[in-house]
Design a protein around this ligand. Structure first.
Ligand SMILES: O=C(O)CCC(=O)C(=O)O
Ligand SMILES: [Fe+2]
Length: 243
């Protein structure tokens, strides 16, 4: 199975998680975290104090450990323990960050979507190593993948990925660099089935979607990334202050 809970051979499990009908490369791991951890994380996110949130017109956002500077630089600071442990070690166990410059994520954007909310088709850009690892919490949601048109805008829809709660989705390579992704602003996701959902054969609970639709509920995502430029200015300031 593609579950990453306790892979006997991490590389075998990674290969089995590849979504073969999409441009290279997306990997889908159902049940990457269990429901108990999922509810703990969700509670932590939803109870965060107001200053932690950025409220956008179509979703709410928290940024850990801090926002990037104007030059897309991260001021060095570890991710909080609740985002690191046990998720990051588990990802590293599957080999997800084996080639990234810092061998692990140093940044995490946490998105919360209410029914009817979403995210416009976009690319995640050059500030990051070209890989995003997304843990889904609370409810399912469909991520749409588009080609870029000649001007870099939204082109043809090339696939839809159904992200179950507790799953991990990894997008990298050409899929990261040459495609856009987005979440439709709808109150239900429809037309779900093996012909229309790219990762249908990898789902943990396809029977949950046998009606071909579901109503959206509050869904959160932990999107882990490796920021390329990191500045140690924060540490230098602390040292300086001690003298
Ligand atoms: O919530 C998601 O799964 C996608 C979010 C996303 O694309 C982003 O934060 O850049
Ligand atoms: Fe994104």
């Amino acid at each position: 199975m593609a579950s990453a809970e306790a892979p006997e051979n991490p590389h075998a499990s990674f290969a089995m998680a590849c979504i073969l009908s999409l441009p290279r490369t997306a990997y889908y791991f159902p049940s990457f975290i269990n429901p108990a951890l999922e509810s703990r994380l969700l509670e932590k996110i939803l109870s965060a104090p107001k200053p932690r949130w950025t409220t956008l017109s179509r979703r709410r956002l928290q940024t850990y450990p801090s926002r990037l500077t104007g030059t897309n630089t991260l001021i060095a600071e570890p991710l909080p323990t609740w985002l690191l442990d046990p998720i990051v070690a588990r990802m590293q166990g599957v080999g997800i960050w084996a080639e990234s410059p810092h061998r692990g994520p140093n940044h995490c954007l946490v998105n919360v979507y209410e029914p009817g909310q979403g995210i416009m088709p976009h690319e995640d850009g050059a500030a990051y190593w070209p890989l995003v690892a997304t843990v889904s919490l609370g409810a399912p949601i469909v991520l749409d993948i588009f080609e870029k048109d000649a001007g870099g805008g939204r082109g043809k829809l090339v696939g839809r990925i159904l992200q179950e709660p507790g799953s991990l989705l990894v997008t990298t390579d050409d899929l990261y660099k040459e495609h856009l992704h987005g979440i439709a602003e709808v109150t239900s996701d429809e037309d779900l089935g093996s012909p229309t959902i790219a990762n249908w054969n990898l789902l943990g609970s396809p029977q949950d979607f046998e009606t071909g639709r579901y109503d959206r509920q509050t869904r959160a995502s932990l999107t882990y990334r490796d920021v390329l430029k990191v500045s140690n200015i924060g540490n230098s300031l602390k040292l300086f202050g001690k003298r």
